[in-house]
Ligand binder design. Structure first.
Ligand code: HEM
Length: 488
């Protein structure tokens, strides 16, 4: 009873003007389609940033979430509350105990192995994969250039799938060439169904869900994907033991050859004494799932914004001309830090359109926020990244305006004011990989093509607003339509 009283006291302090209904609280706002679910997150987000403390609340039935859209509060929460909210357990079928949703005692040692495998020393070897796959993509685009609108997402998601499977498993998936359709179908179906379930409260009970035909199909998909990955692991382990594993060989292989995440995880977890086969599968599935659509969604939003802001696109092109002039040479790792304006454009897009718009944590001990409000165990926290990135107190009066220069001329007002990759100990371990991959593919596209809008602006030169939807990620309901024109 005391616990419940604490929760209601918190609810009262947070005080939201958004209507609740008996028994279901605010859940009715999530009953519609994916577009209305994104609208609901936006409504709660706007309510939070309209308040001095940047907080509001959401009753999911009788479970209370504190919604946070203030960087100071978010920083504290993401440092103190490391456990993911129970709701995320529904998304663990494909990844098992993989780090992204794992309970803290499992996550902590796995994170220790994950972090060094994402160090720049290893990441720079992936540049050759990004360059190769980016070129496959721009070649595929030749046929549709000058024709009607196309879905940018269709191209970027095939690119990221090929790049991520090659850097993870060393396996050439060929998604861009239409190969391995069974793998891709099983992979995509799992994510789409997870998203559906998460957003539909009547599917939350395991008792109901595990008896539906879809659950049996997802289990079959999971077995197929896991068997596929296990086979690659066995071959790699065999290869690694067959090679005379002298210290000298390991030195040379990490220096000169491409080291996949699979190899890093085997070595960094302790070789034969390290991760079991299942642990490796779980971590590889996490990397593939976390790293695929997120970057594809990011690159797709950027393409749509560039189509609507030709002046920004021309500035990127000028920068590319400064770096490459008219040569046809391929981009290198050393070119990346020179693309400063492109970097700012990517950041500004991730600010206004963060692919992961909300993240959730569980409160396990009292946490007193800077404004004095105490979060209590038995409640959840939802950090609304979408709203936090539009908080006027930290981004100024033009917070809603797409202005990449802000990342060049104004330092961040708070370290957590910009957090598309989350913040704190459980943040995205792949953010440098993502930035390298997005810069490579976007610069390759923009050197060859001009991206044009698929919509017609009104008399004020304004395009219709993007129709956003939420399905674990934030996406464009119209599938990121653009047109392409040859530059040369
Ligand atoms: C634009 C691209 C990306 C975005 C916006 C993004 C965003 C995020 C966010 C918000 C989280 C934290 C979720 C939470 O706090 O609950 C996360 C975690 C994670 N991301 Fe990313 N991500 C991106 C790309 C990638 C890539 C390319 C990889 C791998 C190659 C990756 C691997 C991971 C992993 C392994 C975690 C879990 C970390 C942990 O729990 O310790 N991400 N990502």
């Amino acid at each position: 009873r005391w616990v419940k009283r604490d929760v209601y006291t918190l609810g009262k302090q947070l005080n939201s003007g958004i209507w609740t209904l008996p028994f279901i609280g605010h859940s009715y706002l999530f009953f519609g389609d994916n577009e209305s679910r994104m609208k609901a997150f936006q409504t709660f987000g706007r309510d939070a940033i309209s308040k001095e403390n940047g907080l509001t609340l959401l009753w999911h039935g009788n479970y209370l979430y504190t919604i946070v859209a203030d960087p100071e509060a978010a920083e504290l929460v993401l440092k103190c509350c490391l456990e993911k909210d129970d709701i995320m357990k529904m998304a663990t079928l494909y990844v098992g105990n993989g780090s992204i949703f794992a309970p803290v005692p499992i996550w902590r040692p796995r994170r220790k192995v994950l972090v060094p495998s994402f160090s720049m020393k290893y990441l720079k070897h992936f540049m050759s994969i990004f360059v190769k796959e980016s070129n496959v993509m721009v070649d595929r685009m030749k046929n549709i250039t000058g024709t009607g609108p196309i879905s940018a997402f269709k191209y970027f998601t095939a690119y990221t799938m090929d790049a991520i499977t090659e850097s993870t498993l060393g396996y050439k998936m060929g998604a861009q060439e239409g190969r391995n359709q069974n793998f891709l179908r099983a992979f995509d179906e799992g994510l789409a169904e997870d998203a559906k379930r998460l957003c539909q409260p009547w599917l939350h009970s395991d008792l109901i869900y595990n008896n539906l035909p879809i659950y049996a199909r997802l289990l079959k998909n999971k077995d197929y994907l896991w068997d596929f990955v296990k086979e690659v692991i066995r071959t790699k382990r065999k290869e690694m033991t067959e090679k005379t594993d002298t210290e000298e060989h390991i030195e040379n292989s990490s220096k000169e050859n491409l080291q996949t995440f699979l190899e890093s995880l085997i070595k960094l977890s302790g070789g034969d004494e390290g991760y079991t086969e299942i642990e490796i599968v779980e971590e590889l599935m996490v990397i593939m799932i976390a790293g695929n659509d997120t970057s594809a969604v990011g690159a797709s939003f950027i393409s749509v914004l560039l189509s609507r802001h030709p002046e920004v696109q021309e500035k990127i092109y000028e920068e590319l001309q400064q770096v490459f002039a008219d040569s046809e040479r391929l981009i290198t790792f050393e070119d990346l830090p020179r693309l400063k304006y492109l970097d700012a454009v990517i950041r500004e897009t991730l600010r206004l359109y963060p692919p992961v718009p909300v993240i959730v944590r569980k409160v396990e001990k009292d946490v007193v926020l800077p404004c004095g409000i105490k979060l209590v165990p038995g409640t959840g926290v939802l950090v609304n990244i979408w709203a936090l990135h539009r908080n006027l107190r930290y981004w100024g009066e033009d917070a809603e305006v797409f202005r990449p220069e802000r990342f060049l001329d104004t330092p961040l007002t708070h370290p957590a004011a910009f957090m598309p990759f989350s913040h704190g100990p459980r943040n995205c371990v792949g953010y440098q990989y993502a930035m390298m991959s997005m810069k490579t593919v976007l610069s390759t596209v923009l050197r060859r093509y001009r991206i044009l809008p698929a919509t017609t602006p009104n008399s004020n030169s304004e395009h219709p607003p993007l129709r956003l939807k939420y399905d674990l990620m934030m996406k464009d309901e119209d599938d990121f339509q653009i047109k392409l024109e040859f530059r040369r």
